[in-house]
Unconditional design. Structure first.
Lengths: 1046, 251
C-alpha cells in the first residue's frame, strides 16, 4: 500500500511527465527513426533551444571555432553574411575607446582558434589591465570567505542531485556507480530476447519486478546498500520517490528541477522508456509495462542507498541540509575540493591541495587557501591579458587596446563574452548563406518544357537524398521521367510478412496505420524448410541455452570459422556461394482487399480446423487419415458452444465422456477455439486490406501530389528503397525514414497492386486522372548500398510489356553503375578518376556483405535541402545527393490540402533527419553515438558503448565524420517550395508545427513563386524578397537582348 | 660486518623505513637527468654492498632481509594505488621493484644476476620520470586525473606513456617481465606468493594510472604533442632495453 493520497501520487506522475518533456524519444533500432535530439525544445527559437539543449544534455550545439575557420578557408563561409551579423550584433553595443570593434570581432572569429573571454572567478578587468600594462594583479588577494560561500551555494543548488555534489566535493564517484546499477537493472528488465535468463516477474511492471529482486539481492546488501529498508517505506513508485526526496531534505519546490536532472543523466534510457510507455501497440511494452516513474523511483532508491553507505563509511553529509551546513562550516576546504575534484585546480597546486585535503586538517587547508587564491587570480589575469593581447595583435589594434582604461576594458570583456556566446549561430548562418546562394543560383524557376511524347518509363522514387543521384543518372541514360514522393507512397500500412507474427508499421512515425496488409504465399514456389534452415534453428537454440555453449564452441566452432574467413577475405564470392544454399524467398502476394464478413468467417473456420487437426495429433496421437471433415466440424461446434452432447469423434475413438470433455476444454483453453478469441480474430481480420474507396483515394492522392495526372508511360516504376549491410546494428538507419525505418518495397507493392486495378482506374478517370490501359505500375526496390534497382512482381506483368523489359532493365542497370561510379570516390580514397563503371559497381557491391565495413554507405549524410516542386526546378543541377526532392504541382492543389500534407509529413521527417545529422556531426559524443567500433547491442533494441553505458542515441561517427572531421556539413535544412507566396503562407498557417519550425528557425524556408518569378526568404522573423530567380533573370535578359533592335 | 653491510645496502635497495632516503632524494632532484641517474645508479650501489656481504644470502640474516624486502615491495606497491603524481609514482614503483632484489639475492649466486635484475627494473621508472617532466612542461603538472583522454590529442605522448606503464607493470616483453620470471622460478613458494601479490598491485595501479591519463573523455587544457624525433628516441631506448634483456636471458 502507498502512504500517499491519490492526488499526491498523480502530482508526482505529472511532475515526472513534465520533467521528461525535453527528452527525445528513442525508438528501437530495428526501426531506427531519425529525429531531432532537441525535439522537445522545438517550441523555442533555434539558438535558444540549442543553448537549453546544451545545458540539459551536456552536449555542444555548434562546432568549435577552428572547424568553422577550416570551412572559411575552404570558401564555405559567406563573409558578407558574417560581417552583416557582426554589424547587427554591434548595433546594440556602444563604441569602446578608440577600438574599431567590427574589425576586432572579425579577427576574433577568423584568426584566433581559442575563445578570448576567460571565465573570471577571482580576477577582474583591473587585474587584466595591470598585466597588460606590464605589472602583476593590482593588489594582494584577500580571502573573502563569505563570497566563496555564496559561490558554493550557487554551485550546489537543491536541484543538483546530492550524489553529484558529493562526487564533486569528495571524489566519491557515486554517480558513476549509480548509473551502472541503473543500467544493469534496465538491461535486465527491458531485454527483448538477447539474454538467456530472463528477469522474473517482469509482467508486473518495472518497479515491482525490480523491487522484488532488489530486496533479496545479497550483493547489494554486502556492499552496504540497504535497499530493503528503503523499499519498506512504500509499495508504490510514486511513494518511494516522495520518501527519498523527503529523506534527502529537498523541498518540494525543487523537485521538478531535480527530476529533470536525474532523468537527463541517462537520457538515452529515459528516451527509450518514454517512447516505450507511449507505444501502446508495442509487444514488449504490452507484456512488460514500464514508465519513467518506475525508472526514477529505482534511480532514487539506489542513489539514496549509495549516499547513505558513503556517508556512513566516510562521515560525509547524507542530506541536502547537512551538505549546506558542511559548505558553511568548511568553506575553504569545499572551495579547494570542488576545484580539485572538478579538474579546475591549478596544475602546479594539484599535489599540495591533494595532500592537504587527504589530511582533512582545517588549519592546513586554511593556510593553503590564501596562497592558492592568489595564484589562481594571477593565472586568470595572465590568461585573460594574453588572449586579449593576441586578439589585439591579430586585429592590428594593440595600441588601442593598451590605451583602454579599466572600465573600457571591462566593457570590452563583457562584449567579447557576449559575442562568443552567440558566434556559433553567426558561423552557421554564414555557412548556410553559401549553400543557399549556390542552390538558388541554379534553380530553374521557369515553366516546365512541354513533352512531345510520353516517356519510355516513369519512375517514382522516395524523396530521400540518395534518390537524387539515381534519378539524375536514370534521366541521363534514357527517356525516363522521375518523380519524388515520400517513400511510403502516401499509403500508411501495417504489414505482417510471410512467417512473421508481428505487425510492422510502414509509414512515418507520426501516423498510426488503420489498414493491415498480409503477405501470403502464391504456392508457385515451395516454402523451404530444408536442412540449412533446420540447422540454423538448431544452432541458434544451442547458442542461447545455458550450458550448451560450453561444448558448442568445441563441437561447432569451425562452422562459424567458415563464415568468418569467407566474410573477411572474399565477402562477395563467399556470399554468392552461400546464397545458393540458403532457402530462396517464396513467391508471395499481398492481401490488400478488404474481406467481406463471410470471407473473414470462412478464414477463421479454416484456421480453426487446421488447429483442431493439430490438437488431435498432439494430444491424442491420431493421424489426419483417421478422421473426417465431419468430425472436425462437430468438434469445432462443440468447442464454440454451438452444440452439446457426445461427438462422433468420441464415439469413433471410444473416448470416455470425461476424456472427451477434457479434450474439448484443452481445445478451448490451449488451442483457443473459443468465441472470444474468434471475435478478436474477426476484429483483426476486419483491419486487413483497403476498401475500393480507400484504394482510389490513396492512388489518386499520390498521383495528384506529384502533379502526375496525365501523360502516363507504359511503365510506372514505384521504387521503394532499402539498404543492405552485414554486422551493422544501424542498418535500419539507412532504410526508409518515411517507412518508419523499414524497407520501402511493401508500400510500393501495395500502391502498384491498387493502381493496376481496373476498378480503381475507372473511378480515377472520373476524377480527371486518366491512366491508359497499357500503363503498368511496377514495384521495385532501390538498394541504396549497392545502387541496384530490383523489379518485383514481374509474374503479374502483362504479356504485351514483356518485349520492353530488356530495354527497361538495361536502362536501370546503366543508371545503377553510373550512380555507383559517382559514389565510389566518397567511400574510398585514391579512386582512379578513369575507373570504368563496371569496376566501380563491383567495388560498391562488396559493402553489402563485408562485415568489417563500418561505413557501407554514407546514407543521408550531407543532406542540406528539400525542394518541393516540379523536377524542372532541379533537372539540370547536380545536387550531389544532398537534396530531398519532393514532386509537387501547386496547380493541382488549389485548396492547398496536398501542401498541408507535405508540410505536416515529409517536411517534418526531413527536418528530423537533418537535425539528427546536424547534432551528431557537431558533437558526436554528446548527441551522436560515438564510434561504432566500441558498440555492443543492448537488449536487441539499442547499442551501448562498451558493455555498460547509456543507450547511444544519434548517429555513429562513421556516419557523419571522416578522419575525425565532419563529413556531414552541419547546416539547417533549406526548404524551397515552388508555389505562390500566399498559397504557402496559407498552408503554413494551417499546419502549426510547420509554422513553428519556420518561425523559430529550425528550418530555413525559401518560397520560389513561379507566378512572380521571385524568390522569398524567411529570416529573423520576416520575409525578404530576394528578387527574380537568377536563372529566370538570365533568361529574361537573353530574351530582351534578342528582341531589342540591333 | 656483513649485517652492517646489508643494513647499509638497505638504503640503496630500499627497505622501509630506510627507503625514505631514496624517495626524499628523488623528490629533491628536479632535473630529469639527475633523477634518471639516481634511479639507475642507486640500486647498483646496493648490489655492490650485498655482493660485499657475500652471495647467496642465507641463514637468519638472509631470511630477515628477504622478507623485509618483500614486505617493502608489497607496501610500496599498495601505496601506488593512491599516488597520482607521476614522478612520485615512478619513485614508489622503483622502491617496490628494487626491494625485490633482496629476494633475488637470497636465490642467486651470481653478481651479474643481481645487477641485471636491478637494471631491468630501473628502465620503466627512469623513462616514467622523463615522461613526467615532459608532461609538467606542457600542463604544469604530471598528475593523473588532471588531464584525461590524452590518447586523442597527444597520441605520441600517450602512446609512449602507455608503453612505459605496461613495462612498469612488468608485462611481456618488458625487461621487468623477464626479471620477475627469473625471480619467481628461483624462489620458494612463500616469497613467490608475496612477489606475485606485488606484481598484481603494480598492474592494478598502472591500469588506474592509464585510465586517468590516457583513456576516457578529453579534459583539461589542450597541449602540444612531443615531436616525432623525441618519440623515435624513446622508442629506440625501449627497443634497445628489450633486445638487451632478451639477449641476456637467452629468450
Amino acid at each position: 500500500m502507498s502512504r500517499l493520497t491519490l492526488g499526491h501520487r498523480l502530482k508526482i506522475r505529472s511532475m515526472v511527465h513534465m520533467a521528461a518533456e525535453p527528452i527525445p524519444f528513442f525508438w528501437p533500432m530495428r526501426t531506427f527513426i531519425h529525429h531531432n535530439p532537441l525535439h522537445g525544445l522545438e517550441h523555442l527559437p533555434f539558438e535558444q533551444g540549442v543553448r537549453r539543449g546544451e545545458e540539459l544534455f551536456h552536449g555542444r550545439g555548434f562546432l568549435p571555432r577552428r572547424e568553422y575557420q577550416r570551412y572559411h578557408r575552404e570558401g564555405q563561409v559567406d563573409m558578407a553574411t558574417l560581417q552583416a551579423d557582426i554589424a547587427h550584433f554591434l548595433d546594440d553595443h556602444e563604441p569602446i575607446g578608440g577600438l574599431e570593434l567590427e574589425g576586432l570581432l572579425k579577427s576574433l572569429l577568423c584568426e584566433l582558434s581559442d575563445p578570448v573571454a576567460v571565465p573570471l572567478d577571482l580576477a577582474d578587468a583591473e587585474d587584466a589591465k595591470h598585466v597588460i600594462d606590464g605589472f602583476g594583479p593590482s593588489s594582494e588577494t584577500g580571502v573573502d570567505i563569505e563570497a566563496l560561500h555564496r559561490r558554493l551555494v550557487r554551485q550546489f543548488p537543491p536541484e543538483r542531485p546530492l550524489y553529484e555534489s558529493m562526487d564533486l566535493l569528495f571524489g566519491t564517484e557515486i554517480g558513476t556507480t549509480l548509473d551502472e546499477l541503473v543500467i544493469k537493472s534496465c538491461l535486465d528488465f527491458f531485454d527483448e530476447g538477447q539474454s538467456t535468463l530472463q528477469m522474473p516477474g517482469r509482467d508486473h511492471g518495472f518497479f515491482t519486478a525490480w523491487s522484488a529482486l532488489a530486496k533479496r539481492n545479497l550483493r547489494l546488501f554486502l556492499r552496504g546498500l540497504h535497499i530493503k529498508q528503503i523499499l519498506a517505506q512504500d509499495a508504490s513508485a510514486e511513494g518511494v520517490i516522495a520518501y527519498v526526496l523527503d529523506e534527502l531534505g529537498i523541498e518540494e519546490a525543487h523537485w521538478d528541477g531535480l527530476i529533470t536532472r536525474e532523468l537527463t543523466r541517462l537520457h538515452g534510457w529515459a528516451g527509450f522508456i518514454r517512447w516505450r510507455s507511449s507505444a501502446k501497440r508495442y509487444h514488449w511494452s504490452q507484456a512488460y509495462p514500464a514508465d519513467l516513474v518506475d525508472f526514477l523511483a529505482i534511480r532514487l532508491v539506489l542513489g539514496l542507498a549509495l549516499i547513505r553507505e558513503h556517508a556512513r563509511r566516510k562521515r560525509l553529509p547524507a542530506t541536502f541540509p547537512e551538505l549546506a551546513h558542511y559548505l558553511e562550516q568548511h568553506t575553504a576546504e569545499c572551495y579547494l575540493r570542488q576545484a580539485y575534484h572538478g579538474g579546475n585546480i591549478l596544475p602546479a597546486w594539484a599535489h599540495r591541495v591533494d595532500d592537504a585535503l587527504a589530511h582533512r586538517h582545517p588549519g592546513r587547508v586554511n593556510r593553503l587557501l590564501p596562497d592558492y587564491l592568489h595564484d589562481e587570480r594571477v593565472a586568470e589575469a595572465n590568461r585573460q591579458a594574453d588572449r586579449l593581447l593576441a586578439l589585439a595583435e591579430a586585429a592590428d589594434q594593440t595600441e588601442a587596446v593598451k590605451a583602454l582604461d579599466v572600465e573600457q576594458l571591462e566593457a570590452l570583456l563583457a562584449l567579447i563574452r557576449d559575442f562568443e556566446r552567440g558566434e556559433g549561430m553567426m558561423w552557421l548562418r554564414a555557412m548556410e548563406a553559401v549553400y543557399r546562394k549556390s542552390v538558388l543560383n541554379e534553380i530553374k524557376l521557369l515553366p516546365p518544357a512541354k513533352r512531345e511524347k510520353r516517356p519510355f518509363a516513369q519512375a517514382l522514387f522516395c524523396i530521400d537524398v540518395r534518390s537524387e543521384r539515381i534519378r539524375r543518372q536514370l534521366e541521363h541514360v534514357g527517356d525516363y521521367q522521375t518523380f519524388g514522393i515520400a517513400g511510403f507512397f502516401g499509403v500508411p500500412v501495417s504489414f505482417i510478412g510471410l512467417g512473421k507474427g508481428t505487425e510492422l508499421d510502414l509509414c512515418p512515425v507520426q501516423i498510426t496505420p488503420k489498414n493491415l496488409v498480409l503477405e501470403v504465399p502464391t504456392g508457385a514456389t515451395q516454402i523451404e524448410t530444408d536442412f540449412y534452415s533446420s540447422a540454423s534453428h538448431v544452432l541458434h537454440d544451442v547458442k542461447s541455452s545455458v550450458l550448451s555453449p560450453y561444448f558448442t564452441v568445441e563441437a561447432m566452432g569451425l562452422l562459424f570459422g567458415f563464415d568468418m574467413i569467407g566474410n573477411t577475405i572474399a565477402p562477395r564470392v563467399y556470399n554468392r556461394w552461400r546464397n545458393r544454399i540458403e532457402p530462396k524467398d517464396a513467391s508471395t502476394r499481398l492481401l490488400i482487399d478488404k474481406l467481406s464478413r463471410e470471407q473473414a468467417d470462412s478464414i477463421v473456420r479454416s484456421l480453426q480446423r487446421v488447429t483442431i487437426v493439430r490438437a488431435i495429433g498432439d494430444q491424442l496421437g491420431i493421424d489426419r487419415d483417421a478422421i473426417t471433415d465431419l468430425m472436425i466440424r462437430e468438434l469445432r461446434e462443440i468447442a464454440m458452444g454451438n452444440k452439446e452432447g457426445t461427438s462422433e469423434f468420441a464415439r469413433h475413438f471410444a473416448l470416455s465422456p470425461a476424456a472427451e470433455s477434457e479434450f474439448i476444454e484443452t481445445l478451448r483453453r490451449d488451442y483457443r477455439i473459443n468465441p472470444s478469441f474468434v471475435s478478436m480474430q474477426m476484429e483483426r481480420l476486419g483491419k486487413i486490406g483497403f476498401s475500393l474507396d480507400e484504394q482510389v483515394y490513396f492512388v489518386g492522392q499520390a498521383l495528384r501530389m506529384m502533379g502526375m495526372n496525365e501523360n502516363f508511360s507504359r511503365f510506372v516504376i514505384l521504387a521503394g528503397h532499402a539498404s543492405q549491410s552485414d554486422n551493422n546494428p544501424y542498418e535500419s538507419a539507412l532504410d526508409c525514414g518515411a517507412c518508419g525505418g523499414g524497407h520501402g518495397l511493401v508500400p510500393a507493392r501495395v500502391l502498384a497492386q491498387m493502381a493496376n486495378k481496373a476498378d480503381v482506374r475507372r473511378r480515377l478517370r472520373k476524377q480527371g486522372i486518366d491512366i491508359p490501359d497499357d500503363t503498368w505500375f511496377l514495384p521495385a526496390q532501390h538498394n541504396t548500398t549497392s545502387d541496384v534497382i530490383q523489379l518485383h512482381d514481374l509474374d503479374l506483368l502483362p504479356t504485351s510489356h514483356l518485349v520492353y523489359m530488356e530495354r527497361l532493365r538495361n536502362g536501370l542497370r546503366a543508371a545503377s553503375r553510373l550512380c555507383a561510379a559517382e559514389r565510389l570516390p566518397t567511400l574510398e580514397d585514391n579512386v582512379d578518376p578513369h575507373l570504368d563503371t563496371t569496376t566501380a559497381f563491383r567495388h560498391i557491391q562488396r559493402n553489402i556483405s563485408d562485415w568489417t565495413q563500418v561505413r557501407p554507405e554514407w546514407g543521408l549524410a550531407r543532406n542540406a535541402a528539400v525542394v518541393v516542386g516540379g523536377r524542372h526546378l532541379t533537372e539540370d543541377m547536380d545536387m550531389e545527393g544532398r537534396s530531398f526532392l519532393l514532386s509537387y504541382d501547386y496547380k493541382l492543389d488549389p485548396k492547398g490540402r496536398l501542401l498541408d500534407t507535405i508540410l505536416s509529413g515529409p517536411l517534418i521527417i526531413g527536418e528530423w533527419i537533418n537535425l539528427e545529422h546536424y547534432f551528431s556531426a557537431v558533437d558526436n559524443e554528446g548527441f551522436g553515438s560515438g564510434s561504432k567500433a566500441y558498440h555492443n547491442v543492448a537488449g536487441r533494441f539499442g547499442v551501448m558503448t562498451g558493455n555498460l553505458s547509456d543507450i547511444r542515441t544519434g548517429l555513429p561517427s562513421q556516419t557523419v565524420l571522416k578522419d575525425g572531421r565532419p563529413y556531414h556539413e552541419p547546416l539547417r535544412l533549406l526548404v524551397i517550395i515552388e508555389a505562390p507566396v500566399p498559397h504557402v503562407l496559407a498552408a503554413a498557417g494551417r499546419v502549426p508545427k510547420a509554422l513553428s519550425l519556420i518561425v523559430n528557425g529550425w528550418i530555413n524556408v525559401v518560397v520560389a513563386d513561379p507566378e512572380s518569378g521571385h524568390l522569398h526568404y524567411f529570416d529573423r522573423g520576416e520575409w525578404h524578397d530576394l528578387g527574380p530567380a537568377p536563372q529566370r533573370a538570365r533568361q529574361t535578359e537573353s530574351i530582351d537582348a534578342e528582341e531589342s533592335p540591333a | 660486518m656483513s649485517i652492517l653491510l646489508l643494513l647499509l645496502a638497505g638504503f640503496f635497495l630500499p627497505l622501509f623505513p630506510l627507503s625514505m632516503v631514496f624517495n626524499a632524494l628523488l623528490a629533491r632532484f628536479s632535473h630529469p637527468a639527475a633523477r634518471v641517474a639516481l634511479i639507475v645508479v642507486w640500486p647498483q650501489l646496493g648490489v655492490l654492498l650485498v655482493l660485499a656481504a657475500g652471495l647467496p644470502l642465507d641463514g637468519l640474516h638472509g631470511g630477515l632481509f628477504l622478507w623485509w624486502g618483500l614486505a617493502t615491495a608489497a607496501f610500496y606497491a599498495w601505496r601506488l594505488l593512491t599516488v597520482r603524481e607521476i614522478g612520485q609514482w615512478a619513485a614508489m614503483l622503483a622502491t617496490s621493484a628494487f626491494a625485490l632484489t633482496w629476494v633475488m639475492a637470497a636465490a642467486s649466486r651470481h653478481a651479474a644476476d643481481l645487477q641485471v635484475f636491478a637494471l631491468g627494473f630501473a628502465m620503466a621508472p627512469a623513462l616514467l620520470v622523463v615522461i613526467a617532466t615532459l608532461l609538467e612542461r606542457r600542463i604544469g603538472a604530471a598528475y593523473s586525473g588532471l588531464v584525461t583522454g590524452m590518447a586523442r590529442d597527444v597520441p605520441r605522448l600517450a602512446g609512449l606513456l602507455t608503453v612505459v606503464l605496461l613495462a612498469a607493470m612488468a608485462l611481456p616483453i618488458s625487461p621487468g617481465f623477464f626479471a620477475m620470471l627469473d625471480l619467481l622460478f628461483r624462489s620458494p613458494p612463500g616469497p613467490v606468493m608475496l612477489a606475485l601479490l606485488t606484481w598484481l598491485l603494480w598492474s592494478w595501479a598502472g591500469t588506474r594510472l592509464l585510465r586517468d591519463t590516457v583513456f576516457g573523455p578529453r579534459s583539461g587544457a589542450e597541449t602540444a604533442d612531443i615531436c616525432p624525433a623525441q618519440a623515435w628516441a624513446f622508442t629506440a631506448v625501449i627497443v634497445l632495453a628489450i633486445v638487451l634483456k632478451l639477449i641476456w636471458t637467452g629468450a
